[in-house]
Design a protein around this ligand. Structure first.
Ligand SMILES: Cc1cc2nc3c(=O)[nH]c(=O)nc-3n(C[C@H](O)[C@H](O)[C@H](O)COP(=O)(O)OP(=O)(O)OC[C@H]3O[C@@H](n4cnc5c(N)ncnc54)[C@H](O)[C@@H]3O)c2cc1C
Length: 380
């Protein structure tokens, strides 16, 4: 049986209809792709039993992301990935009619949801974030600023991670649902040609007043909730990374076998073949790791496994895209070419946790990782 990027235990018998995606141009932005995913039922498809609250089915999510990646820009895929893996599951923690209505509209692709965790402070230092939510006269008041948030320019709702108490304790943070059209919310696009199609931008909350039912989940459970879903986002990122490396290697291979060099082609040069083969090995390593650790992340909430996948994906995608872009020579610098894809793909080592930060998580659990690597028959 041929090996596929998305494992054998993924099949679920459900039709996987991508025709709605094929109707869009390759230049479609994140909002257009999201609407097409929703109308084709592919957003609900990513969750167990089609219910967001039941949690992500990581293998279905991986396949949907691969289908999006195969057709559209990295920016458009990012827009969908953040919503599918993290924003919608965080939104599903809300129980009131407002949260339920927002979720229902997001699942059909009618509404875009932005996940605004990163603050004006260093994104790698999340507990330093400054955006705050206070309760004044029975109402919520949200004040602060979030920068570099996907889907900002297209979102109907923001999921805002805000502090309700001073200090860095993990219980000091709460999710708030902030509609984009209420007084005090100002949005502006980030100055980024690379990620414009993800709707990335900056958003300011200037003493925004809301009813109390805009709190999502329990007060103080913002960070534990985020930690639970960021693990799935890391697994999704690794699966997407495999799909991205595979398609880039495929098109690079076609380029090399067709590019004349001497009496043959570039593919005839052994040093080129070896570099390419090293990329295949790295991609297979990431693929194997995602298969090995996927269930532990998705169902066991194993944060070390998720961090391992994130570190591996950042490293592998960076290496493979760098090598492929180089092998394209001057043609790599065409607009929308491999050098542009390489620059966008650098986000795999930064967004959702910089490689250094996730490596610290792995180091914190070094003893458990070593124990898991011990052959069972030599354990004492
Ligand atoms: C296109 C795009 C889309 C994004 N979308 C979203 C979104 O939808 N929602 C959201 O909340 N955020 C989003 N982000 C923000 C993203 O999550 C942050 O960029 C990321 O967390 C890193 O934070 P930072 O950029 O502030 O980097 P900084 O914290 O300024 O760190 C910069 C660099 O310093 C080094 N560094 C930092 N900390 C450490 C450490 N502890 N040890 C060693 N080295 C370290 C790393 O090399 C790191 O890359 C997006 C960013 C981009 C570019």
């Amino acid at each position: 049986m041929p090996e596929t990027a998305f494992p054998a235990h993924a099949p679920d018998g459900q039709a996987f209809e991508v025709g709605a995606l094929d109707a869009l141009p390759v230049t479609a932005d994140g909002q257009e792709v999201w609407a097409a995913l929703g109308s084709a039922g592919l957003i609900a498809h990513c969750y167990r039993d089609g219910a967001v609250a039941a949690g992500v089915d990581p293998w279905r999510l991986g396949r949907v992301l691969a289908a999006v990646d195969a057709r559209f820009s990295i920016a458009a895929t990012l827009s969908a990935s953040v919503q599918l893996a993290t924003a919608l599951p965080v939104l599903a923690a809300g129980t009131g009619p407002k949260a339920e209505r927002a979720l229902a509209r997001a699942v059909t692709g009618e509404a875009v949801i932005a996940l605004a965790a990163t603050d004006v402070t260093a994104g790698t230092d999340l507990t330093a974030l400054r955006t705050e939510v206070r309760t004044t006269d029975g109402r919520l008041e949200v004040h602060g600023r979030k920068t570099w948030i996907s889907n900002t320019t297209t979102a109907q709702q923001f999921l805002v991670l805000a502090r309700h108490r001073a200090g860095r304790h993990f219980t000091h943070f709460t999710w708030v649902l902030v509609p984009a059209d209420v007084p005090g919310v100002t949005v502006r696009p980030a100055d980024s040609a690379l990620f414009a199609r993800s709707g990335v931008g900056h958003v300011e909350f200037d003493h925004v007043l809301l009813e109390r039912d805009h709190i999502l989940g329990r007060t103080g459970m913002g960070l534990p909730g985020f930690a639970r879903h960021i693990g799935t986002e890391r697994l999704a990122g690794a699966l997407w990374g495999v799909a991205l490396c595979r398609r880039v290697l495929d098109s690079t291979h076609r380029h090399l076998v067709g590019r004349q060099h001497g009496d043959g082609t570039l593919w005839d040069l052994d040093s080129v073949r070896q570099r390419f083969a090293a990329c295949l090995v790295r991609t297979r390593e990431l693929h194997a790791l995602a298969r090995q650790l996927g269930e532990a992340v998705a169902y066991g909430r194993d944060a070390t496994a998720a961090a391992t996948l994130k570190a591996a994906a950042g490293d592998t995608v960076g290496h493979v895209l760098g090598e492929c872009a180089h092998l394209w020579g001057a043609a790599g610098f065409a607009s929308g070419g491999m050098q542009e894809i390489r620059a966008q793909a650098a986000l795999f080592g930064i967004g959702g946790g910089a490689t250094e930060v996730v490596l610290s998580t792995v180091a914190d659990n070094a003893e458990a990782v070593l124990a898991a690597l011990e052959p069972p028959d030599t354990a004492v």
